[in-house]
Design a protein around this ligand. Structure first.
Ligand SMILES: *[C@@H]1O[C@H](CO)[C@@H](O)[C@H](O)[C@H]1NC(C)=O
Ligand SMILES: *[C@@H]1O[C@H](CO)[C@@H](O)[C@H](O)[C@H]1NC(C)=O
Ligand SMILES: *[C@@H]1O[C@H](CO)[C@@H](O)[C@H](O)[C@H]1NC(C)=O
Ligand SMILES: *[C@@H]1O[C@H](CO)[C@@H](O)[C@H](O)[C@H]1NC(C)=O
Length: 372
C-alpha cells in the first residue's frame, strides 16, 4: 500500500517531462518554419537555399551563419575562404553570400562543382539603392564598392538569427569556425572585433607602410563634429574585416541606423580622414562601437598579410594561426603576394574560366598576357 502512490507519482513526473520535451521540439520546429518563410527586408532580395550532397547531412546542429560579400573580380577569394571554413569544421555552417545581380549566375555555377559539394549557402542580392545619398559621389566612381557596406545591414541579411560572423573575402580559416562563433560578447555589446594595436599586429604594423592603428588615421579631428564626440585620437582602431555580432543587440541598439547616420554626416561635411578616398566602411563602425565592443582571440585574426610583400610572420606562426587576413594591397590571388601558397591550397579553379589567380612564376607569364 505504501508504493502504489509513489508509482503514480513517477508516472506523472515522466508524463510531465515527456510533455515538456515535446513542447520544446515543437517550438524548435515552428522556429525553423518561420525562419524559412521569412522574407528579407529593406529591398534586399533573398535567393533560394542551396545545399548539395547528402553525405554531410548530419550537419544539422545550430546554424553558424557567415556573411561574406561576393564581388565579381574577387570571387576566387570567396571560394577559397568558404572551402577553408567548410573543410576545417564539422558544424552546420551556412554561408550568406551578399552580391549584386550580375554576379549571381557566376557564383552559382562555381559553387555547383564537385569539390564544393556539401557547402550550404544562400545568395543574397544587395540592393545598392539603400546607399543612395549616403556615400560621396566623387569623380572616381570606381572607388565606390557598394558591397563593402553590406556588413552594416547584417540583421537584415540574416533575418531571424541571433548571431552571425562577418568575414571579408581575403581570409583563410585554419581552425574550427565554431571557436570564433563562440567568442564571448559582453552583455550590451553588439559585436567583437580585433583591435589594431594588440601585441601581435602592432609589431608588424611598424613596418607596414600606410597602415593606421588609431582613430586619428580614420577621423578628421579638425572637424568640430568629430571633436565633440570626445573620442581620444590615440585610441586603438579595430579591423572590421572580421567580426562576430549579436544581432539581437544590433537590432535593439539600431546599429544600422546609427551607421547610416554617420555616412550621411560624412557626405555633408567630410568627417573621415582625407587619406581615405570616398567609401571606407570603417569610420562609422569605429564611432558607433567606440568602447562598446568585445575582442576576438588574437590567433583568430592574424592580419596585414597583404600590407606589403615579403614574409613578416614566421612560417611556424602562420601555420598556428586560426584565421589569416590579407588586408592591404597585395591579395593572395594577385601577381605578387605573401603566403600565397597557403591560399592556393584552398582555391578551387573557376569552371567558367572568368577568374584565375595571377602569379608571378615564369609559367604564369602566359596567363598574364592572356589576361589582358
Ligand atoms: C531597391 O530599393 C529601392 C528603395 O528602397 C526600391 O525602390 C527598389 O524597388 C529596390 N529594388 C529591388 C530590385 O529590390
Ligand atoms: C540588375 O539590376 C539592374 C537594376 O535593377 C537591372 O537593370 C538589370 O537588368 C539587372 N541585371 C540582371 C542580370 O538581372
Ligand atoms: C545577445 O544579446 C541579447 C540581449 O542582450 C542577450 O539576451 C543574448 O544572450 C545575447 N546572445 C549572445 C549569443 O551573446
Ligand atoms: C531604435 O529605433 C526605434 C524605432 O525607431 C526606437 O523606438 C528605439 O527607441 C530606438 N532605440 C535606440 C536604442 O535608439
Amino acid at each position: 500500500f505504501c508504493c502504489f502512490p509513489v508509482n503514480i507519482l513517477v508516472i506523472l513526473l515522466a508524463a510531465i517531462v515527456f510533455l515538456i520535451v515535446l513542447h520544446h521540439n515543437l517550438i524548435g520546429v515552428s522556429d525553423l518554419l518561420s525562419k524559412e518563410s521569412s522574407d528579407s527586408l529593406g529591398g534586399l532580395g533573398l535567393d533560394n537555399f542551396h545545399s548539395h550532397g547528402d553525405d554531410r547531412s548530419e550537419r544539422s546542429d545550430e546554424e553558424i551563419a557567415i556573411v561574406m560579400p561576393a564581388v565579381e573580380e574577387r570571387l576566387g577569394g570567396v571560394i577559397a575562404a568558404m572551402n577553408s571554413i567548410y573543410s576545417n569544421s564539422k558544424s552546420n555552417v551556412v554561408f550568406h553570400l551578399v552580391t549584386t545581380n550580375t554576379t549571381v549566375g557566376h557564383l552559382r555555377s562555381w559553387l555547383q562543382i564537385e569539390e564544393l559539394k556539401g557547402i550550404k549557402y544562400k545568395i543574397l542580392e544587395f540592393n545598392t539603392s539603400v546607399l543612395d545619398g549616403k556615400v560621396p559621389i566623387g569623380g572616381d566612381e570606381t572607388n565606390l564598392k557598394p558591397l563593402m557596406f553590406a556588413r552594416y545591414y547584417l540583421p537584415t541579411l540574416v533575418p531571424g538569427l541571433q548571431k552571425a560572423i562577418y568575414l571579408d573575402d581575403d581570409v583563410i580559416i585554419q581552425g574550427d569556425i565554431r571557436e570564433l562563433y563562440e567568442t564571448e560578447l559582453k552583455v550590451g555589446y553588439a559585436a567583437a572585433f580585433s583591435e589594431d594595436c594588440d601585441s601581435v599586429s602592432s609589431k608588424v604594423m611598424v613596418r607596414g607602410a600606410g597602415s593606421q592603428n588609431t582613430y586619428l588615421g580614420f577621423l578628421d579631428y579638425k572637424k568640430e563634429t568629430i571633436r565633440k564626440l570626445g573620442i581620444k585620437a590615440g585610441t586603438c582602431s579595430f579591423n572590421p574585416g572580421v567580426f562576430v555580432a549579436n544581432l539581437t543587440e544590433w537590432r535593439q541598439q539600431n546599429i544600422t541606423q546609427q551607421l547610416e547616420k554617420w555616412m550621411e554626416i560624412n557626405v555633408e561635411e567630410t568627417v573621415y580622414n582625407g587619406a581615405l578616398v570616398g567609401g571606407s566602411p570603417t569610420p562609422p563602425l569605429l564611432i558607433v562601437f567606440y568602447k562598446k565592443h568585445s575582442s576576438i582571440a588574437p590567433l583568430w585574426h592574424i592580419r596585414h598579410l597583404g600590407s606589403n610583400i615579403g614574409t613578416r610572420y614566421s612560417s611556424h606562426f602562420v601555420r598556428a594561426a586560426k584565421l589569416l587576413h590579407w588586408n592591404g594591397r597585395f591579395k593572395p590571388w594577385g601577381r605578387v603576394s605573401s603566403y600565397g601558397d597557403i591560399w592556393d591550397k584552398w582555391y578551387v579553379p573557376d569552371p567558367t574560366g572568368k577568374f584565375h589567380p595571377v602569379r608571378r612564376h615564369a609559367e604564369d607569364s602566359k596567363n598574364l598576357v592572356s589576361n589582358q
